[in-house]
Ligand binder design. Structure first.
Ligand SMILES: Nc1ncnc2c1ncn2[C@@H]1O[C@H](COP(=O)(O)OP(=O)(O)OP(=O)(O)O)[C@@H](O)[C@H]1O
Ligand SMILES: [Mg+2]
Length: 249
């Protein structure tokens, strides 16, 4: 009997005690932040970009966070994505306290667990669309032919089957963002992080990006989006939070 079947019958038969599940492949939180602060020092100035942020995002949840410019949205996303480190507090991603580990661990962990989508796409300008999508697959032990095929499937999923060999400057803004979404999906990570993903796009491209984010969520990914885009904020399944002056309210 496989583990799912064991788990399924366990859940049906009796009230589940979450503490008994230790050791089984169940993740309690996709992201858990406990009293997270981030202070930047610029000369003699201290900028408190995040103040005591507490957040719990369950696997498969859709969370939308909005807030004024400078309120700390990008800083928060960078910390969840292990690109930056909290000055204070605990950051737990997929039940792993990532702040307890070194940069090498965090960078490998990031590749496996989080897909990032940025406002300005952040594609590597010297790599083709296909190579950009393959970039996060660098830790995979699969043969290169298989990885290439996987990346082609991902680009096809976002409607770019005719653009494999285009360099970023040979793509429209909307196409670049779709390459970025395919790249975010590269290792099939359980968490998708998006920082104002529709801010630089025309309405048709923005709608395509919204739809792809919703599809990823429907496939069970936890999606955390920083945005002012009312269409994303009003996503039926979304939980909407606001950031103000480094605090999550
Ligand atoms: N590396 C850094 N060094 C110093 N200050 C920083 C750094 N990164 C961010 N800040 C400051 O932290 C605060 C929060 O910045 P952040 O980029 O997180 O805001 P944001 O909500 O994403 O804004 P926007 O909507 O304009 O993207 C700002 O006051 C910013 O100037
Ligand atoms: Mg920002």
């Amino acid at each position: 009997m496989d583990e799912d079947t064991v788990l399924g019958s366990h859940i049906e038969d009796e009230e589940i005690d979450i503490d008994e599940l230790d050791g089984l492949d169940i993740v309690r939180s996709a992201v858990r932040l406990e009293g997270v602060s981030r202070t930047f020092k610029l000369g003699k100035r201290r900028i408190e970009a995040l103040r005591q942020v507490t957040l719990d995002v369950k696997p498969g949840e859709f969370v939308v966070i909005s807030g004024h410019s400078g309120s700390g949205k990008t800083t928060l996303l960078n910390i969840i994505g292990a690109i930056d480190v909290a000055s204070e507090g605990r950051v737990i991603v997929m039940d792993v306290p990532i702040g307890d580990y070194d940069e090498t661990f965090r960078s490998n962990f990031r590749l496996q667990n989080t897909g990032f989508i940025f406002q300005s796409y952040n594609l590597i300008s010297t790599l083709t669309a296909l190579e950009n999508v393959m970039f996060p697959m660098q830790l995979s032990t699969k043969p290169i032919g298989e990885l290439t095929h996987d990346a082609q499937v991902l680009l096809t999923t976002v409607g770019l089957e005719e653009r494999f060999d285009h360099l970023p400057w040979q793509l429209s803004s909307g196409e670049q963002q779709r390459v970025a979404i395919a790249r975010a999906m590269a290792n099939d990570p359980p968490i998708i992080l998006a920082d104002e993903p529709t801010a630089n796009l025309d309405e048709d491209s923005a709608e395509m990006v919204r739809s792809l984010l919703r599809q990823l969520n429907a496939k069970g990914k936890a999606v955390i989006v920083m945005t002012h885009d009312l269409d994303i904020i009003h996503t039926e399944s979304a939980r909407h939070l606001k950031m103000s002056n480094g605090e999550l309210i």
